[in-house]
Design a protein around this ligand. Structure first.
Ligand code: ADP
Ligand code: MG
Length: 356
C-alpha cells in the first residue's frame, strides 16, 4: 500500500509552475498543517488549480518542492502520493455502477480484494449514499454524483484530500447543504488535511481553518477567516474576503482625513501625511451622527431582503452602508450622515508620505 502516513500535512516550498515560459504559480510557500482545512481563494486564473495539481502530481513544478507529511513527493507519480481528489465536474465513469466507481481507486492501489466491498460500503455510508451502490451515475442527481465522487476520493483513506471547486456545478441551495456535509465529514475525519480550491468567499469562510488568498500567480495573504476579515493586510484581501469600503485617506496626527472629514482611527505606524486606504465594512456603518461621521448624497438604494444597501457619495467616492431594520429608507439625492466606530476601521497599505 502506498497511502501516506496518517496525519500528514502539505508543504509547498517555493513552488513555481510555468506553461510555455509563462509563470502561473510564482514561488508558493504554504504549509497546510495535519488535519487542517486550508482554502485557496482567489479569482479565476490566479493559479489555484495549478497549485492543487502540483500536490496531486499532475503538473511538475519548474522549481521548488512539494511535501506530503515528511515525504518529498515532487518526483512521485500521482498514484503513489496517497491523496484523494475531487474536481468540479463529477468525473464519474458513466459505464460503472456507483460501487465500482468508488472501488476504482482501491483497485488501482492494489488493495486486498477481500477488503474492497467493505471499504466501498464504508465510504458510501460516510456521504449518505449507502443505498445507491447499484445505480449508474446517470441515475443520480448532480449533488448525489458529487457525493459519490467524494466517497471515491475517501475510499483510499487518504491523508490528504484535494477539492477543486467541488460545489461550483451545483445550484445555490444544494451548495449550502453540501457545505454543511463537508464540514460534518471533516469533523468525522479530523486527521485528513484538506486543500480546498474555491473562488467563493462564503465557502472559504464557512469551511476553512485558514484561507490562502491568491492573485496573479502569487500568495497575497494567509490567515484565519477572522484575521483576514477583521485585519486584512491588503486591499485585495479586504475586497475579496467580505465586502469593503476602501477609502482613499491621508494620515493625520490623531486619525485620517477623508475629503473634509476628520476620522478618528488607529493609524499604527503610518507616518503623518502619508496616503493610505481605510477599510470599513459596510455592515459596520450606521445611519445618523456618530463618532466618525460622513455626510453626502445618496446615489443608490438597494433593498436586499434583510438589509438596505445605501451608496452615499462622500468626497467623490461611493460609501456603502448595509443597514438593518430601516423603516423609512432615504431616497436617491437625499443628504444623509453615516457613521462608524473608530475600532471598526482598519488602515491598509500606508503609502509614501506626501511631503517625502
Ligand atoms: P485558477 O484555478 O485559479 O482559475 P489555474 O491554475 O487553472 O487558475 O490557471 C492559472 C493560469 O494558468 C491561467 O492563466 C491559465 O490560463 C493557465 N493555465 C492553466 N493550465 C494551463 C495549461 N495546461 N496550459 C497553459 N496554460 C494553462
Ligand atoms: Mg481552477
Amino acid at each position: 500500500m502506498s497511502a501516506a502516513p496518517a496525519r500528514s500535512g502539505i508543504r509547498f516550498d517555493r513552488v513555481s509552475v510555468a506553461y510555455s515560459g509563462t509563470v502561473v504559480l510564482d514561488a508558493l510557500d504554504l504549509t497546510v498543517e495535519p488535519g487542517e482545512v486550508m482554502a485557496l481563494l482567489g479569482p479565476s486564473g490566479s493559479g489555484k488549480t495549478t497549485a492543487l495539481r502540483a500536490v496531486a502530481g499532475f503538473v511538475r513544478p519548474v522549481s521548488g518542492r512539494v511535501f506530503i507529511g515528511e515525504r518529498d513527493v515532487t518526483g512521485l507519480p500521482p498514484h503513489q502520493r496517497g491523496i484523494g481528489m475531487v474536481v468540479q465536474q463529477y468525473a464519474l465513469f458513466p459505464h460503472l455502477r456507483v460501487a465500482d466507481n468508488v472501488a476504482f481507486g482501491l483497485k488501482a492501489q492494489k488493495a486486498a480484494r477481500a477488503e474492497i466491498p467493505g471499504r466501498v460500503a464504508e465510504a458510501l455510508e460516510m456521504v449518505g449514499m449507502g443505498e445507491y451502490a447499484r445505480r449508474y451515475p446517470r441515475e443520480l442527481s448532480g449533488g448525489q454524483q458529487q457525493r459519490v465522487a467524494i466517497a471515491r476520493a475517501l475510499a483510499i483513506r487518504p491523508g490528504v484530500l484535494l477539492l477543486d471547486e467541488p460545489l461550483s456545478a451545483l445550484d445555490a441551495q444544494l451548495r449550502s447543504g453540501m457545505l454543511a456535509e463537508l464540514a460534518r465529514l471533516h469533523r468525522e475525519l479530523p486527521d485528513v488535511s484538506i486543500l480546498y480550491v474555491t473562488h467563493d468567499q462564503v465557502e472559504a469562510l464557512t469551511l476553512a481553518d485558514r484561507i490562502a488568498v491568491m492573485d496573479r500567480a502569487r500568495l497575497q495573504d494567509c490567515g484565519t477567516p477572522q484575521e483576514l476579515y477583521r485585519a486584512p493586510k491588503s486591499e485585495f484581501t479586504a475586497s475579496f474576503v467580505g465586502n469593503a469600503n476602501l477609502l482613499a485617506v491621508t494620515v493625520g496626527e490623531a486619525g485620517v482625513t477623508f475629503g473634509d472629514a476628520e476620522l478618528k482611527v488607529d493609524t499604527g505606524a503610518a507616518g503623518v501625511g502619508a496616503s493610505a486606504t481605510l477599510c470599513v465594512r459596510p455592515h459596520l456603518v450606521g445611519l445618523g451622527d456618530g463618532p466618525n461621521s460622513l455626510t453626502g448624497k445618496v446615489s443608490e438604494v438597494q433593498w436586499r431582503g434583510a438589509t438596505h444597501r445605501l451608496y452615499v457619495e462622500v468626497a467623490g467616492q461611493p460609501v456603502k452602508a448595509d443597514l438593518r431594520e430601516l423603516k423609512a429608507p432615504p431616497s436617491i439625492g437625499d443628504e444623509v450622515t453615516l457613521h462608524f466606530a473608530p475600532e471598526d476601521a482598519v488602515l491598509l497599505s500606508a503609502g509614501v508620505s506626501k511631503d517625502g
